[in-house]
Design a protein around this ligand. Structure first.
Ligand code: 13P
Length: 287
């Protein structure tokens, strides 16, 4: 059931668990995530970066596929279709295409410009019943062409943006997109605690979920994180399973070259990864 992400994240914040945002790339990804959410009776957020939207031939294609798949599979758990790290123009495209949630990433603008653009988009999104995420500080590394230095968010700026009426807020707390380097200093819980204190009961978003140790995930949830984004880990699971299939020569046995067979191990690997994360985040049976 396609919905905005507001209610599921307010419930998660109050119930001290987090809903996973899993990024989608194609039909297999989308089907694997939707089926797993339904099997585990968990709410879920499908994240679409601008690059992934382009890859799938545009946000209209993505929205049409997700809507049709949600109906055809008889998905009854709450599902939000969410733009990940959206530009100003990208937000409008997704609103038009029928997404149920958007992220406006204005973190690279001076704070006044971030405030002005976020204010406008909050009004438009809410007028149409969509939820909206904003970002302060930045997430290190690169997410599909969006590069961040990884500076920790200023809690006062977080309050400014939270007060504009956004539904959930991403604050940079030393998190990084992609794999964490060996010398990673870990999440800044000092920053997270200070942000949490400033923004009341606003659900906070933890980007860069790949590779964050379980104890840090639990601590982040205890400090107000209600949405955790995972992308790279699903990609790595898919890659490993596909590599194993080909290295075992299975693509050359019988009709092993059939794309439905070739992609099946990767599909199952994404399902297993999403299940592992939903259990870790505590969203199972919270639909
Ligand atoms: P990872 O690729 O590190 O899991 O990050 C995903 C993310 O934060 C998407 O916005």
């Amino acid at each position: 059931m396609l919905v905005s992400a507001t209610e599921m994240l307010q419930k998660a914040r109050a119930g001290k668990y987090a809903v996973g945002q899993f990024n989608i790339n194609n039909l297999e990804w989308t089907k694997a995530i939707l089926l797993t959410a339904q099997e585990l009776n968990s709410p879920v957020i499908l994240g679409v970066s601008e690059g992934a939207g382009k890859y799938m031939t545009g946000f209209n294609t993505v929205a049409a596929m997700v809507k049709a798949m949600d109906e055809s599979l008889g998905i009854t758990v709450p599902v939000a279709l969410h733009l990940d790290h959206g530009s100003y123009e990208g937000c409008y495209k997704c609103i038009k295409a029928g997404f149920t949630s958007i992220m406006f990433d204005g973190s690279h603008f001076p704070i006044d410009e971030n405030v002005a653009k976020t204010t406008e988009l909050v009004n438009v999104a809410h007028g149409l019943g969509l939820s909206i995420e904003a970002e302060v500080g930045s997430i290190g590394g690169e997410e599909d062409g969006v590069v961040g230095a990884g500076e920790c968010a200023d809690p006062n700026e977080c309050k400014m943006i939270a007060d504009l009426g956004v539904d959930f807020l991403a604050a940079g707390i030393g998190n990084i997109h992609g794999k964490y380097p060996e010398n990673w200093a870990g999440l800044s819980f000092e920053t997270l605690a200070a942000v949490n204190e400033k923004v009341g009961d606003m659900p906070l978003v933890l980007h860069g979920g790949t590779g964050i140790p379980d104890d840090m995930i639990a601590k982040a949830i205890s400090l107000g994180v209600a949405k955790i984004n995972v992308n790279t880990e699903c990609q790595l699971s898919f890659q490993e399973a596909t590599r194993a299939y080909i290295e075992a020569g299975k693509d050359q046995q019988g009709k092993g070259f059939d794309p439905r067979k070739l992609l099946a191990p990767g599909f199952e690997a994404i399902k297993a990864k999403v299940k592992e994360k939903m259990e870790l985040f505590g969203s199972v049976n919270k639909a």
